[in-house]
Design a protein around this ligand. Structure first.
Ligand code: FMN
Length: 232
């Protein structure tokens, strides 16, 4: 009897030790902020030359029903606004005065991510979950019902905070910010092309409704929606 109790006690002791180690390891694997997902490191070599990507790029509005992977999301975010020089914080797309007024949101549907709205964090190369759920249909609705948005595996939304650039450049900031959105969007087009993904840059939508759907603060102005899916 005494021996059986001792064995039970010993088993409970070891179980709690294993549990404690498990908890510790779990804590190590998860970021401090539980809503931030670390993206895989971007890969710097591809199957396609930049010339082939420029030639092959097209606006594509129909997509295969295949999920977009986390690796692909990582590449797209990196191409849009990823940090490419950590010494100075310079990014993949040029920016007037390196003031970086653009923000990248992901509206994930059929991807390796949980469905939801995410904001890209260039410093962490991570995604912050803003809200869970499938918002593709809602986003299409506030963009004149464009079906490419609803049917895509995910959408990239580029917003801008003009004030970041206006503080230095005054009224000239508006044109700079728009030029920058073009640079970022072109990078997304070329990265998508080289990954055999399809995308289109969409400018027709109701700004206020898109901002509200993203739950973005009022100083964000949406400039582009880019649906992304596997090429058909
Ligand atoms: C500023 C801008 C706004 C655009 N808006 C839309 C849009 O709302 N919906 C859409 O399907 N395509 C949109 N496009 C994509 C164009 O229709 C497309 O670039 C054009 O037809 C040329 O085709 P390509 O991109 O394949 O060369 C837009 C493109 C730009 C540059």
């Amino acid at each position: 009897m005494l021996r059986r109790n001792f064995i039970k006690l010993l088993a409970a002791f070891f179980a709690s030790i294993i549990g404690f180690i498990g908890l510790f390891r779990f804590r190590e694997a998860v970021k401090v902020d539980k809503n931030v997902i670390k993206l895989p490191e971007p890969v710097k070599t591809g199957k396609m030359s930049v010339e082939e990507a420029i030639e092959g790029r097209r606006s594509r509005r129909e997509y295969a029903n295949t999920p977009v992977s986390l690796k692909e999301i990582s590449q797209l975010c990196w191409a849009a606004q990823g940090i490419t020089d950590r010494r100075y914080g310079f990014r993949a797309a040029p920016s007037a005065g390196a003031l970086y007024p653009l923000e990248i949101f992901i509206v994930a549907g059929n991807t390796e991510l949980e469905q939801g709205i995410y904001q890209y964090l260039p410093d962490e190369h991570g995604l912050k979950l803003i809200e869970s759920g499938d918002f593709r249909g809602g986003l299409a609705k506030v963009a004149l019902g464009q079906s490419s948005i609803k049917n895509a595996a995910m959408n990239i939304v580029i917003t801008a905070i003009y004030e970041r650039t206006a503080r230095k450049y005054g009224s000239r900031a508006e044109r700079y910010v728009h030029m920058e959105a073009g640079h970022a969007a072109q990078n997304v087009y070329l990265q998508a092309e080289s990954l055999e993904l399809a995308t289109v840059s969409i400018g027709a939508f109701y700004d206020g409704d898109v901002r509200e759907l993203l739950l973005a603060p009022e100083d964000h102005i949406p400039l582009y929606i880019m649906p992304v899916g596997k090429k058909k």
